[in-house]
Design a protein around this ligand. Structure first.
Ligand SMILES: Nc1nc2c(ncn2[C@@H]2O[C@H](COP(=O)(O)OP(=O)(O)O)[C@@H](O)[C@H]2O)c(=O)[nH]1
Ligand SMILES: [Mg+2]
Ligand SMILES: [Zn+2]
Length: 363
């Protein structure tokens, strides 16, 4: 894979003039090397030891912000990356470890150990939210916005696909006190069902500062991505936990519908150790190319039931163990409803019009 080399020292330690001269020469060789670059060749590109190395911490209209030894550098991307025909919307994502030339052009992307991806707004491409991340904090609320278990399951599937440990945080628990009995029941049912799956769950309130210490220790020394519907309080939680000043109240942006907001994810360095990506809120989160097997695999608790047919989808088949278990109260409705939502999505049964509408509102 990648060669170990202390290029940073090399990169910064050299006399600037001498360094430029060397870069020029290297560039000449570079060009010939990149000339007929295709995907195949690109993956075999050798890393020039004099290139800089850093981590992509933010992506904006201007380019890619790369943190190299504590210095933020604005980089561009070598043209050959753009020619690559891929199904991924963004070639680079926050968290990427890259090598850049003396002209601050990113020429190499290191192998990723994890990624969080979703389907982009057009529905035709995969969009990388963040890469090289240890854990995904799936932030939700029970009241305002309402609890959406199917959204949680989409995140859980996406996290599993991308080799990321999921953690659920339920914010705005202060609102539960005055919530309806149905909402309180839903909260309890959700806790029971998702704890059963072995996923860590934290109940928090950014407003009342509940569970903030627990959140901090969870994020300490880890690379995390904060994900979840807009308005659940992701930025608020990070603000109260770390004394940050991230913009909150994202829902107000709805008034600007139609204007193009260019907010992108940003990798924040946490005081006390660790990184965190605060993602701009999304209304919907679709798993890229969600397959039926991924849905059934994720809902393995349902598969434990005995059905007449081996390939039972637990919709309306005769002698379905799942439907029977729901009737008898052994399987929670929350779980089943989420399963049906995702199964419908995977087999393309979701009404396309609704889907498009949802997607449109998503950023
Ligand atoms: N009641 C209550 N409101 C909260 C809490 N956390 C955040 N909010 C409010 O919810 C709104 C959305 O918060 P924000 O942090 O922007 O959510 P994000 O879109 O997920 O980043 C803001 O008006 C916050 O003041 C909480 O724990 N309790
Ligand atoms: Mg936010
Ligand atoms: Zn069945």
């Amino acid at each position: 894979m990648t060669r170990e080399y202390d290029f940073e020292e090399d990169f910064h330690g050299k006399d600037r003039k001498q360094w430029r001269k060397e870069r020029k020469q290297a560039q000449a060789t570079d060009r010939s090397k990149f000339k007929k670059t295709d995907v195949e060749k690109k993956t075999r590109i050798e890393i020039d030891p004099s290139w800089g190395r850093g981590r992509v911490v933010a992506i904006s209209g201007e380019g890619f912000w790369v943190d190299s030894n504590g210095t933020r550098i604005l980089c561009s991307l070598k043209g050959f990356f753009k020619k690559e025909k891929v199904e991924t919307k963004n070639i680079l994502a926050v968290g990427d470890l890259v090598r850049f030339t003396s002209e601050y052009a990113i020429a190499y992307i290191e192998d990723r150990y994890s990624f969080l991806a979703r389907t982009d707004i057009s529905g035709r491409k995969e969009q990388l939210i963040a890469v090289n991340i240890d854990q995904a904090i799936i932030a939700i609320s029970v009241v305002n916005p309402a609890l959406k278990p199917a959204l949680v399951d989409r995140y859980l599937i996406a996290a599993a696909k991308g080799n990321i440990q999921p953690i659920i945080v339920i914010n705005k628990t202060d609102l539960l006190e005055e919530a309806s009995v149905e909402e309180q029941d839903r909260y309890r049912e959700f806790l029971t069902e998702y704890e059963k799956l072995g996923i860590p769950i934290l109940s928090l309130s950014a407003e009342k500062l509940t569970g903030i210490d627990a959140l901090r220790s969870l994020l300490k020394d880890k690379a995390s991505v904060f994900s979840g519907q807009s308005g659940v309080g992701k930025s608020s939680l990070l603000n109260v936990a770390y004394g940050l000043k991230l913009k909150t109240g994202g829902l107000a942006h709805k008034t600007f519908k139609g204007t193009h907001t260019t907010t992108t994810a940003e990798l924040l360095s946490l005081p006390g150790g660790g990184y965190c990506v605060d993602t701009p809120g999304v209304r919907s989160f679709g798993v890229w190319k969600l397959k039926k097997e991924e849905v059934t695999g994720h809902f393995h608790d349902l598969a434990e039931q005995k059905c007449k047919f081996q390939d039972c989808q637990h919709i309306n088949e005769p002698d379905c163990g799942v439907l029977k278990a729901i009737e008898e109260g052994h399987i929670s409705k929350i779980r089943y409803e989420s399963y049906r939502t995702l199964l419908d999505e995977a087999i393309g049964r979701t009404d396309n019009r609704t889907k498009r509408k949802e997607k449109h509102e998503s950023d």
